[in-house]
Structures are given as C-alpha cells and as structure tokens.
Ligand binder design. Structure first.
Ligand code: OSB
Ligand code: MG
Length: 378
C-alpha cells in the first residue's frame, strides 16, 4: 500500500511505581509511536527503547531522529507491498532495530486494517488466548517482594519473573524459594554478569528455575555458550538476539535453551515471526518479551504470542500494573487469571487516545507525501 503520511511521536509515560533492573532504575518509560497512513486508513506501531541507551545501544531520542530523518524519507509516498520489502529498504542502515520496529509494526497494523483482518490471523496465530506472567523489579526489601509475590500467586499467575542484579541475588532467591517452593520462577539478569561470575551462576541450578534470562553481556553469544555448558538451568537470550541471523548463530553455538522475542529489539514483527519460525524448526521454544509499551505495543505483542512456538507465559501486563492510565484504548486487561484474550477487531484493535498522546508527547513530527509519483530509493 502507498504511504501517504507518517506521524512520529516520542512519548514519556510515567510509571505508578519505579521499575528497577540491572541496567538502571526508571520512573517513566520513553517510547516511540509511528502512524502510517494510506488513504483514509492508519496503522500504529510502537517501540520502547527507553530514555537512555542502557538496555540496548538505542534511546527513544535516537529512534525518533532515525525514524524522522532516515526511515520516513524512504517510506513516504512509496508503495510497500510487504514487511519483507520494508525490511529490505531499511537494511541499508545498520542496527537501529527499535526505530525500524516502530515502522514495521505500523506497517503490519495498517496491512491488517486494510484487509479487515485481526493481526493475529494475518500472522498465522493458532490461539485466541495468551498466557502472561507476573514480573517484579528490584524492590526496597525482600519482605516487600514476598508480599507482592504472594498477591501474584494468589491471583493465579502461572509464572513469576524476578529481576536479578548484584545485591539482589542469591540471598533474595533463597528467601523466595523458601516461601514459594513450587512456583514457576525465572530470573532476568539484564546482562549484569561476566564469565568471572560463573561460580555464582552455577549456584542458580539449586533453585529449580525455569530459565536464566540474559546473564552475560548484551551483545554476547559465545560466552553464553560457554556458560550454558556449565549450568543445567536453560539460558534464555533477550538482549543478544537482535536479528534472525543472531538467533541462528545462538542456536548453532548452543548459547541458549529459550529465546525471548521482543518485536522492538529485533526490528519488528517481520523479523519476530522469522525468528519464531527459525526457532520452531530448530526445536528452541520462545516467549514474547516486553518493554512496558503502551497498549499499542502490548497489542502487537499479544498478536505475536498467538504463534504456536510460544511456549512460556509472556511479558505482557495489564495496564494497571505499571500505569495509572494507558496511552491507548482499549487498555490491556486480563480475561482470566494469567490470561489475555487477543482482539478480533481489524489490525491490532487498539489506537492511541488523542488527549493522552498530546499530554505525553515530548516531540513529534508529521510528514505528508507530495502527490507526484515517488521515486523509490534504497
Ligand atoms: O529485560 O525483559 C527485559 C522491561 C524493560 C526493559 C527490559 C526488560 C523489561 C522487562 C519487562 O522485564 C517486564 C514486563 O513486561 O512485565
Ligand atoms: Mg529481559
């Protein structure tokens, strides 16, 4: 379809409670929203690299500029027949996966809306209800963590993910396991450790964790393969998997037993589906990760989580877990304990609320194609 206009917003969404991880402590999530317009129909995408390049080398500010000055010009006024075509055009620019993802997600929402089809059906999803998990950051005390974990277990969450970093590590897990001997738990280290930490990481096998998420450097595959030979607990790669090629190399090296697929981190839905299919063919199970996106990004994650090789509850949360009010409508809600139902409306079934978008936007750009036939570049 021809892209007649593009709008890009950088937003800052205040959290109801800080989210503290090995890469930093955060009180507001910075995210980039892209709207691609074709005739009278618009599609929305979102990618949330956050304010600082702490999780990955990108920031919301860099993704906004990359989108406005580099990606939008090769999209505007041209016909984009497929996600693969969009990715081929973007491939002349290295990296910048979150910036690319915001456009790719918008393309998929637009394509599904133009077809009058829910996105999950267009992607070949095989379920309409998705399992989601509970997540807890580093808290002020272990007692505080135990009390929110009790609420989550009582509410029926089927797995709990705990952030893990120096100072919030083996002692915390020992207390958690004593209080919750049978709960499915995993830890997310957000790349806090190095091979020198193998003695500590080997001790994690004692806790019967479902997996250890991203223990080593954000751009590493080789050291994770070394570590995976030393621990029984499967490693789940998050930060390290930024492309289909990285996923293939991780599997070839034996660097992980699971892959967490985040559409933002891998450059969009086109690549997320390709990684999903590769992992399915290679027998590596996956789940969908999140970056505390608004319900726009959350709805895209839900659609991806309907794919068949998603085999563990995903990081998709109800709006009220992190936000007083969602940027988008409808917001995210559980349909049953630990379960969300995917929208049957065309596309993702979710759009930003105009007033919320105006209130939360830090900067925005609006580009309109001229009516002359465009020359395709790239
Ligand atoms: O590493 O998975 C991560 C949030 C922001 C940045 C990185 C990560 C996370 C989460 C998300 O852990 C948790 C959730 O969506 O519930
Ligand atoms: Mg993670």
């Amino acid at each position: 379809m021809r892209i007649d206009a593009i709008t890009i917003h950088r937003v800052s969404m205040p959290l109801v409670t800080p989210f503290n991880t090995a890469f930093g402590d955060t009180t507001a999530v910075e995210s980039v929203l892209v709207r691609l317009q074709s005739g009278a129909v618009s599609g929305w995408g979102e990618a949330a690299p956050w304010r600082f390049p702490e999780y990955s080398p990108e920031s919301a500010a860099s993704a906004f500029v990359t989108g406005r000055d580099m990606l939008a010009p090769i999209v505007l006024g041209t016909d984009i027949p497929s996600g693969a075509d969009l990715q081929r055009r973007f491939s002349r620019f290295k990296g910048n996966q979150f910036a690319k993802a915001a456009f790719d997600l918008a393309w998929w929402d637009l394509a599904a809306r133009l077809a009058g089809t829910p996105l999950h059906r267009m992607l070949g999803g095989t379920r309409t209800e998705v399992e989601v998990g509970a997540d807890f950051g580093v808290m002020e005390s272990v007692d505080a963590l135990l009390s929110v974990m009790r609420q989550a277990v009582d509410a029926g969450f089927k797995r709990i993910k705990l952030k893990y970093r120096p100072g919030w590590d083996l002692d915390m897990l020992t207390a958690v396991r004593a209080a919750f001997p049978d709960t499915v738990i995993h830890v997310d280290c957000n790349s806090a450790y190095r091979l020198a930490d193998i003695p500590m990481l080997e001790q994690l096998d004692r806790f019967g964790l479902a997996m250890i998420e991203q223990p080593l450097a954000n751009d590493d595959l080789i050291d994770h393969a070394v570590l995976q030979k030393r621990v029984r607990t499967p490693i789940c790669l998050d930060e390290s998997i930024t492309s289909v090629d990285k996923a293939r190399k991780a599997i070839d090296l034996g660097a992980c037993g699971w892959i967490n697929i985040k559409p933002g981190r891998v450059g969009g839905i086109t690549n997320a589906v390709a990684i999903h299919d590769l992992c399915a063919a290679r027998g590596v199970p996956c789940w969908i990760g999140g970056m505390l996106e608004s319900a726009v990004g959350g709805a895209h994650c839900l659609a991806l989580a309907t794919l068949p090789n998603i085999r563990y509850p995903s990081d998709i949360f109800p709006t009220d877990r992190f936000y007083a009010r969602d940027l988008a409508t409808p917001d995210m809600r559980l349909s049953a304990p630990s379960v969300m139902r995917v929208s049957e409306d065309p596309g993702i079934g979710t759009i930003p609320d105009e007033a919320m978008l105006a209130r939360l936007s830090v900067e925005q750009a609006h580009l309109v194609a001229s009516n002359r036939p465009a020359v395709v570049g790239g």
